[in-house]
Design a protein around this ligand. Sequence first.
Ligand SMILES: [Zn+2]
Length: 174
Amino acid sequence: MKMTEEDFYKEKIFNKSSINQIKVQFPELVNWVKIWYKSDRFKEIQKIKTFLTKKLKQMSNSGAEIKFDNQKLYHLFKWWDSTPKVCYYCSIPENILEDLHNQPNHINKRYPQRGKSLEIDRKHADLPYSDIHNLVLACYWCNNAKTDTFTEKEFKQLGKVIKRIWEKRLNKQV
Ligand SMILES: [Zn+2]
């Protein structure tokens, strides 16, 4: 059995194997394990995991049915890591959400609990969150407006209109 750097992160961070366990299992990789354990990528993945866990908890607290074991959490991480951080519907990038909030007439009473970062939305509301292919990133406003009422396709059309409104407010293309 082999272990790549990627496998190491999965083992240590998501499957919670101890460093000693890993070293015993892969004695030829002891030096690599030391390097990977101290890498920036390790810290970054841990940060993302904490962030996602917090997000899932928030979603669960607001009534969503969330069942994520370590394996599913890892898949969620892989999805998150490879998904562009823009709203699937209105295209607003996560890094300019803050600019929206700084507009003089912008009101979001739920900020910063919601609106500060992109949210996890299900394209088809009848499929579970654990179905990773069903997930998209959406801004708070699109997610909040879409609810379970609009289909993904319908809301894509509304997203185009919302995008134009953001552009008008921010006076730039998003
Ligand atoms: Zn949006």
